[in-house]
Design a protein around this ligand. Structure first.
Ligand code: SF4
Length: 352
């Protein structure tokens, strides 16, 4: 049966047209699914009962199965979803003031192997389909009791979204029906063709770059993709990325003890970002001795010093201790924990 989740309204209407006697009926169904996040035809009370029964026999409204949801002391909630083929992905919901930020996954794993990331250590996984991407949003919004008017969406979960542009594009179209593109952020490890693809989109979400080192040598050491797309080329691409008024590029910088946390590294970072409307998220590494043995976050004073040095140089900086640390909220950690519980070895060698 055809799943209607993850399809843009026009496509839902096309699918349903042969089965609806009047055109506005298919529009109503599309509205229920895309705008009102309906999970069954029974909810569509403005449709005749016989039409609902007919559609039920032909179509499904199917989201990924929620298998685990864990709340942390700081209000973040981590979700583990099972997909139809047995793969699993994670999402995180982070309430803040009256807003809710939902972090979505784009792949069921990641082939890029960043050495500070549990998903990278666990290894590659397939691209998620639009229904699996949009379904994470639908389930987390429902469980969190959130209001889509106040939701921010960030693609910072498992996987590299810009290696899944076909399905990401459809998912962005669907999500964009409810959430303004200025409240959607796509984070990339630096896939240059993907950044160009994003730049060319008419309704462009915000861009975030997972940077994590202030020079090519160290970036290539912890992010192998930097050998293919070197830092200078990445920065050139970022400088030419079209920014709507008031928008900035976000740079994420995972701070690792003794690796990229020196005062000199802060100075290099300031130089690297000079002239770019930017904000920097400094994220002390979320420790995971099982998968990231040997990597540690800096002492809190070092983190403060690093953040202050950037701010004093005129950058907009947020220091983000990873939300939901007590529920393993960094990318891939909940899945990693479950894999460890059932004794499946990680597919990538951990960092030494
Ligand atoms: S940080 Fe992102 S790109 Fe790197 S391995 Fe993890 S999921 Fe993949």
């Amino acid at each position: 049966m055809t799943n209607l989740v993850g399809k843009p309204p026009a496509e839902i209407q096309r699918e349903l047209a042969p089965y609806c006697d009047r055109p506005f009926r298919s529009r109503q169904v599309a509205h229920w699914i895309v705008q009102r996040h309906a999970t069954s035809f029974d909810e569509m009370t403005n449709l005749p009962a016989d039409l609902r029964r007919r559609l039920q026999r032909l179509f499904t409204i199917h989201d990924p199965e929620l298998v685990e949801s864990t709340a942390s002391g700081d209000g973040a909630r981590k979700f583990l979803f099972a997909l139809d083929d047995g793969a699993s992905v994670e999402g995180v919901a982070m309430p803040e003031d009256r807003k809710l930020t939902l972090c979505l996954s784009s792949q069921a794993g990641c082939a890029l192997g960043c050495r500070f990331c549990v998903t990278g250590v666990l290894g590659a996984g397939r691209n998620l389909r639009p229904d699996e991407i949009v379904g994470q949003y639908r389930v987390m919004l429902q469980v969190s009791g959130g209001d889509s008017e106040r939701v921010n969406i960030v693609f910072m979960g498992m996987g590299e979204p810009l290696l899944n542009t076909d399905h990401l594009g459809t998912a962005l179209d669907v999500l964009g029906e409810r959430v303004s593109p200025k409240r959607i952020t796509v984070s990339t490890a630096g896939i240059l063709p993907g950044i160009r693809w994003l730049a060319a989109r008419e309704r462009r979400p915000k861009l975030a770059i997972s940077l994590n080192a202030p020079d090519q040598e160290r970036r290539a050491e912890i992010m192998p993709i930097s050998r293919r797309y070197p830092l200078d080329e990445l920065m050139r691409e970022v400088r030419s990325f079209p920014l709507e008024r008031g928008r900035r590029v976000t740079f994420e910088y995972v701070l690792i003890r003794g690796f990229n946390d020196a005062a000199a590294d802060a100075s290099l970072l300031v130089r690297l970002l000079a002239g770019i409307p930017s904000k920097v998220n400094v994220i002390p590494l979320n420790e995971d001795p099982d998968h990231l043995a040997g990597w540690r976050p800096p002492e809190p004073e070092t983190v403060d010093r690093f953040g202050r040095a950037l701010a004093e140089a005129g950058l907009t900086v947020t220091v983000r201790w990873s939300r939901g640390r007590d529920v393993a909220a960094a990318c891939g950690q909940l899945k990693g924990r479950r894999l460890r519980d059932v004794s499946i070895a990680p597919t990538h060698a951990g960092p030494s």
